[in-house]
Structure formats: C-alpha cells, structure tokens
Ligand binder design. Structure first.
Ligand code: NI
Length: 188
C-alpha cells in the first residue's frame, strides 16, 4: 500500500508556500534528515510541488520554503502530465563523474538571475521516496544538474556560490536587486 502524491502540473492563483530569497538566513542552514516519512511529509512534498509549478520552477528544496528538512522535489517535464515528479528525501550523491559540464542555472530563490555553473555531468544519487522506500538513480544532463543544485540547498549552498565569473556574478546580482555580499564562495 503506497500513498501517491498526485499533483496537477498547473499554476495556482497563489502558491501554497512562501519562497525565501537570497540573503535570508534560512537558506544558509544545513537541513535535517527526515526520520519518519509520514503524511505530514507527503503533504509538504505536495505543497512544494504546487509551489514549484506555480512559480515555474523545475526543482525546489524545503529550505526554500523555510522548512529545515532534507526534502526536495524535481520535475524537468513540466509539459508532460503523465510523467510523475521526483520526490527525494535524505538524498545523497554516491558517485559523481570526473567529466564536468557548464550549464546556465537559475533559482526560484534568486529570481531572474541566470549564470553559468560547472558541475559533474553524471551522478548517482540514493534517497528515499515519498513512501519511505530506498531508491537509487543515475542521472545525467539537466536532471543531474537540477538534483545537484537542489542538494546544495540542503547544505545551505546557493548556486551563485559556485559561479566562477565574478564580474558577471556581481553585475547580474546588482541588476536584479540582490547583494553580492549574500554570496558565500566555496572552494572546490
Ligand atoms: Ni535553487
């Protein structure tokens, strides 16, 4: 017996959850592991999906809606109503390719800011699904990119922390009303 998360892929007049933006401390806290996957968690996942669809995102992590838990939702097929979204609980990257690629990223918590980020091209991720079952997937391309971006959120990392082009970064942040001081560059 499994509890399915059924969410229509459509925009609501108002997102059920409120987004937090770059500069907000909640985005910088490491999220806590979820020990019990119950209806409350499934409801949170449902509302995160509705929020993501309403805001036109392809991924959303719980800290972005002010919840300090290791939960994220991903859907790179917004136009395909029959492909279910991914719900990842306590996700961990277990393998990452040495090959990297550059993809332009954006984030619902940093609206209108888009910048190039370099990350591994292929990853293997283990996680639990919304029914508490352990899962493992190998992802590449856009899916690998979104999952890595969202897992970063669970560690208090924002994609702008990984941008190498400092000039473009500062320009883009200033242009859209964000402070470059909110960036915490990470060495890797
Ligand atoms: Ni994001």
């Amino acid at each position: 017996m499994t509890a399915q998360i059924l969410v229509e892929k459509k925009k609501l007049t108002k997102a059920p959850l409120e987004l937090h933006y770059l500069g907000d401390r909640v985005l910088r806290q490491p999220a806590k592991r979820i020990s019990k996957i119950d209806n409350e968690i499934r409801q949170l996942a449902r509302e995160m999906l509705q929020t993501m669809y309403t805001e036109d995102g392809i991924g959303l992590a719980a800290p972005q809606v002010g919840v300090n838990k290791q939960l994220l939702v991903v859907d790179i097929q917004l136009d395909d109503p029959t492909t279910p979204p991914l719900v990842l609980i306590n996700p961990a990257v277990t393998q990452a390719s040495r090959d990297v690629c550059v993809i332009q990223e954006g984030c619902l918590s940093i609206p209108n800011v888009f910048l190039d980020v370099t990350r591994p091209e292929v990853i293997e991720v283990s996680y639990k699904d919304e029914n508490g079952r352990p899962q493992k997937i190998t992802a590449s391309g856009l899916l690998a990119r979104v999952i890595q971006h969202e897992i970063d959120h669970l560690n208090g990392v924002m994609f702008v922390d990984r941008v190498n082009n400092a000039i473009a970064l500062n320009q883009e942040l200033n242009k859209h009303g964000f402070s470059p001081q909110a960036v915490k560059p990470i060495a890797d």
